[in-house]
Design a protein around this ligand. Structure first.
Ligand code: ADP
Ligand code: MG
Length: 656
């Protein structure tokens, strides 16, 4: 039977500018059981021919029949299956996978045969025994000599009971003794019926061959039978070739390969995991800090209250010198009543007067300096701030200048040592004057520029007569009815105050009206700008993380092109390669992603501890960070592998 039939095989390598024709039309028939030695000068095209014969490369032109079947039109995957089932290849450079043991190297092709049927392939341990290496099965390729490595490579070529073994200068890197051993093994294999096609330079080896073909300049120069050696009796090698369908067992094989490769290259795996981890962690930490800051702004905004005008004496400026506020207008409690009576757009009892200052609060031997605010008794209603403990002071207490105080949470904590302490009924001194605590304000909790809980409220009249020593109010909060135009009401207030204080209308600057709704809008705009900033930060850290992941994946895969070439040469098809890399990438990405989530949360926690800044980790940031990194990791873990798997096996093998 003719195992190989070539007709008019031509091969031209296409370089960038230049076409290099190497084979110029080779006709060749090889029968089963032959031991063919191909000889010729270096550069004559021997390897090119052998690679085409071994299905590692494709001819540019011509017909190739393997065991009678025309295969020029076969797909890559069909060729992979043919290599796996019918052909064995022995390279000059051995091409063992360095991270696998010798036994694993030998067993590798059987994995891609997709058959667990023991009949279909040999026992790798027995093969190693046959080539005299049974003692070394757990060693790695780097731990044995070149001759031994080549024997392992031959054992690997035999694992799927091939019809033909191709060997390209198998002894080119070996000493004489090893060379003899290798040739003996090949001869024995030939005697057992396997067809052997070998490229060699050594004339003495050719005595074993049954046929010697000389190649020169891409053509067959001579083709002689070696009469002293006769082709071995061909055994019937006919074997049903079918690829088992996809199964769980295959997935398991892929996982074994993927994990072997991950643990075999620890440094590379750790770097990849690190890349993913940094991407995920930075995103989560960034978003946590940003979301916390945004929340803080939102709290401030909602704490401001809408429909509120702040009225204060204006400060007049003359020649750049700022005079004291109130130099021209003193707002008094009578003004509150007057405004309420005369401007109908103001809510009933909607004006709160303030006298503010700082005071030294003392109780139980603790001393604390805080903001003291004298406020009108309608403060809780107007500001929506009812005491959480005790009560607020009444109108009567205000009129009587009662010495009662309502404390903010921070003050409670500073003076009584515990935020949750109930101070109602306790006596404290404010600037050496005794006060009784009657309530505690609801916590505002807002951080940022001012602690809203760090204050003490006392009745407005108490503040006037016992504290400030003046009846002058520092400012008014005016609550405007919701359907009124805030700016119009503001102007009305100015006009009215100027009128009652007998100031000409040219002195409108004497009163200052701040529209809190406008401030609120400004802060909301700031919040929006912050969201945008956050978005960009997230985007950038995703980008940086993604590029990091991409790089490490890309580097590791181009480093692995050779491995891909070898796997393909022994029969892995593109799906096999892809699955192994997908599993590796998924594993790397998930491990990196999970560690990244933990590290990101840790960083957020540390930031909130040390920077006294709330950080908020949202499920969204976790999903985004993890999802994106895994996505990038997968794409860039798999895409280069896919690219490499599309190369001819021989081109991938030559990659460096
Ligand atoms: P041999 O094995 O007989 O020494 P080869 O088959 O390796 O020769 O090479 C034959 C010719 O083809 C040489 O001139 C070599 O430079 C050229 N050649 C081999 N491989 C390639 C390639 N991948 N690209 C371009 N030229 C190549
Ligand atoms: Mg060569």
């Amino acid at each position: 039977m003719n195992v190989i039939e070539l007709k008019g095989i031509k091969k031209t390598y296409h370089l960038e500018e230049l076409d290099v024709p190497v084979l110029h039309g080779i006709d060749l028939i090889i029968e089963q059981g032959e031991f063919v030695a191909i000889m010729g000068h270096s550069g004559s095209g021997k390897s090119t021919l052998l690679n085409i014969l071994g299905l590692l490369d494709k001819p540019s032109e011509g017909s190739y029949k393997l065991a009678g079947i025309e295969i020029s039109k076969y797909s890559d995957n069909e060729l992979a299956a043919l290599r796996n089932h019918y052909l064995g290849f022995v390279f000059q450079q051995f091409n063992l996978l360095p991270k696998l043991t010798i036994l694993e190297n030998v067993a590798l092709p059987s994995m891609y045969s997709g058959s667990k049927d023991a009949q279909q392939h040999e026992d790798p341990a027995k093969l190693l025994e046959m080539v005299g290496l049974s003692e070394r099965i757990t060693h790695r390729p780097s731990e044995i000599s070149g001759g031994q490595q080549q024997r392992v490579a031959i054992a690997r070529a035999l694992i799927n009971k091939p019809l033909i073994i191709f060997a390209d200068e198998p002894t080119g890197n070996l000493d004489t003794k090893s060379t003899r051993e290798i040739i003996k093994i090949l001869k024995d294999l030939n005697s057992s019926g396997i067809t052997i096609v070998m490229v060699t330079h050594e004339p003495e080896l050719t005595t074993y061959a049954t046929r010697i073909i000389k190649v020169q300049d891409g053509l067959i120069l001579s083709d002689e039978k070696n009469e002293s050696e006769s082709a071995s009796v061909s055994k019937n090698h006919s074997r049903q070739f079918k690829r088992k369908p996809f199964s769980l067992a295959r997935i398991k094989d892929y996982c074994v390969q993927a994990f072997g490769s991950l643990t075999g290259n620890k440094m590379r795996s750790i770097l990849s995991i690190l890349g993913v981890m940094i991407g995920v962690a930075s995103l989560i930490a960034m978003l946590a800090v940003g979301t916390g800051a945004k929340k803080s702004i939102e709290d401030q905004v909602s704490g401001l209250g809408s429909n509120l005008l702040m009225v204060s004496p204006g400060s007049s400026q003359k020649q750049g010198i700022s005079y004291d506020a109130g130099a021209r207008m003193r707002i008094l409690e009578e003004d509150i009543r007057d405004l309420e009576l005369n401007i109908p757009e103001i809510e009933d009892e909607g004006i709160v007067g303030y006298i503010t200052g700082r005071g030294q609060v003392v109780a139980k031997g603790n001393n604390y300096n805080t903001r003291v605010e004298g406020v009108s008794p309608n403060f809780p209603k107007t500001r929506g701030s009812y005491p959480v403990l005790g009560r607020f002071f009444t109108k009567g207490e205000d009129t009587l200048r009662a010495r009662v105080a309502v404390l903010g949470k921070t003050v409670v904590k500073e003076i009584f040592g515990d935020e949750d302490f109930n101070p109602v009924g306790e006596y404290i001194k404010i600037n050496r004057i005794d006060f009784q605590v009657i309530g505690v304000l609801p916590p505002k909790g807002s951080k940022g520029w001012r602690d809203e809980d760090d204050k003490v409220l006392i009745p407005l009249n108490t503040a006037m007569y016992r504290f400030a020593g003046s009846k002058e109010l520092h400012y008014l909060d005016v609550q405007v009815k919701s359907d009124a135009d805030m700016n119009e009401v503001g102007e009305d207030i100015k006009t009215r105050l100027l009128l009652t204080h007998r100031l000409p209308s040219s002195e409108r600057d004497a009163v200052r009206v701040i529209n809190m709704a406008e401030i609120q809008a400004a802060m909301e705009a700031m919040g929006k700008a912050f969201s945008l900033l956050l978005g960009s930060i997230a985007f950038i850290s995703l980008l940086v993380g993604g590029i990091g992941i991409m790089n490490i994946m890309f580097v590791s895969v181009s480093e692995r092109t050779k491995e891909i070439g070898l796997r393909k040469a022994i029969g892995a098809n593109n799906t096999d390669i892809l699955f192994q890399f997908i599993i590796e990438s998924i594993f790397v990405c998930c491990v990196g992603g999970l560690i990244g989530i933990i590290v990101g949360a840790g960083i957020s926690f540390i930031i909130s501890k040390f920077a006294d800044w709330d950080t908020i980790i949202t499920p969204f940031s976790i999903v985004l960070g993890f999802g994106f990194s895994v996505f990038i990791g997968l794409i860039f873990g798999v895409w280069p592998a896919r690219k490499a798997s599309l190369l001819n096996p021989i081109d991938a093998l030559r990659h460096d």
